[in-house]
Design a protein around this ligand. Sequence first.
Ligand code: G16
Length: 541
Amino acid sequence: MSKLTITTAPIEGQKPGTSGLRKKTRIFMGPHYLENFVQAMFDGIGGVAGKTLVVGGDGRYFNDRATQVILRMAAANGAAKVIAGQNALLSTPAASHLIRSMKTDGGVILSASHNPGGIDEDFGIKFNMSNGGPAPESVTNAMFARTKEIMAYHIWEATDVDLSTSGTSTLGEMLVEIVDPVAAYVDLMQTLFDFPAIKAMIQGGARIRFDAMNAITGPYAKAIIEDLLGAPTGSVVHGTPLPDFGGMHPDPNPTWAHELMAEMMGANAPAFGAASDGDGDRNMVVGPSCYVSPSDSLAVIAANAHLAPGYAQGLKGVARSMPTSAAVDRVAEALGIACYETPTGWKFFGNLLDDGRVTLCGEESFGTGSDHVREKDGVWAILMWLNIMAASGKSVPDLMQAHWAKFGRNYYSRHDFEAIESAKADALMAALRGSLDTLAAQQIGPFTVATADDYSYLDPVDGSTSAQQGVRVVFEGGARFVVRLSGTGTSGATLRLYLEKLDTANFDQDPQTALADVIAAAHEVIGIETFTGRTTPDVVT
Ligand code: G16
């Protein structure tokens, strides 16, 4: 066994996106591709010599091979210790918790999140800092810069580490500790939520269906929902993580979690339905015949979090990404707490959480979480809903109706136009940006434009600025649309169109109907058909 320094050359396109580097799996499997990026990651954080890291991933194809490479590279780069999830598994929130609770220097998480897995699908890798949160832009920019100049990487020549059994071993001079991926996370959840009350609700007949979509949350959900909370076996469906997610697209939204939606919209539906994504940080919540939009879920949680023991003291403040609806703003105003708006990407919440400004964060992209970790957390959000139901005695539809009656309903929808040729999407965005100055005061259908700009964020904690984070057009009266290109796709460009309108009187419309005039106005302004030839979105959430 010896330490090797391998000569390499920069590889194009290793720029981390919204959440790490995501590419087709076969690209990651290409010569030096993974190794170059891992070395650039290590260099970008100032090296790993003497440091302790956490490593794990969502179990998708190549997760195990990539983990072995990372272990050998960490050892060759002088890391003191790596803590790895058994069988290289860790959900993203569980990894964030381990990084924090074991006081490590950070961690490498292997996942392409909600993107499909398999040799012909997607793979991804990201670095989380010692606070447990995704590396900020300053760090991912440093990593990207290294990918453009890298000439060599370091790796131990060694046989595979046995990842299948808990315990400690060595790789060169580095310690390797294999831990149960579920145990510490389950302990943390029990400090936050009223497990006896939820258990009593389930024993009283509340049926639950949790769809893990053959991804990482299966073992977590089985341990919590079935073993600890006593829900009958089978309450967790698609509960075994598979390398290709059994062909499922593990994105918990009404389109991809259609089996769950069919069950929840049918006769004799369970009291509570939920799904999570590839790496366990996203969630979708559904009641009987009652889909809860992520923006509404965030607002309901903000209004009721005090019912959970871990949040009984109330919230310090809340934060949402800019395209997320303003439903939570109305709750924050009523509670008299601060509400922050950030660009898309969980990494932007990190400073606000670390600085003690906010307790709760959320995004329209099915992400909700709190200061218990520094990632969004699917199982946490689902337990929060169960706790609120148990403590209030209200069903999901009753909670929604009561919420809207008090705060009004921010009708909301996101339309995704996927796999657009990148040049066409860039031309669309350039033209839209170019038209912003002339949009103000224009009449578009029934609306008058109040403001139109390209969102720029000034981080109130570290003073950094992030520009060009999405074009937003706000109409008089508050209805608005937002347009941006996704930073997580792997094929061409995905155009995201976010639509919102407040209604304080009618709460039972179909959101697509309620938003029809905003949708028409958005298409008129953006010219989606002119630039892309598309008229209808591929995914509507
Ligand atoms: C990631 C980020 C989220 C972001 C989402 C969508 O989630 O962590 O903050 O909202 O991507 O980003 P985009 O609109 O750029 O595709 P995940 O669950 O994919 O890690």
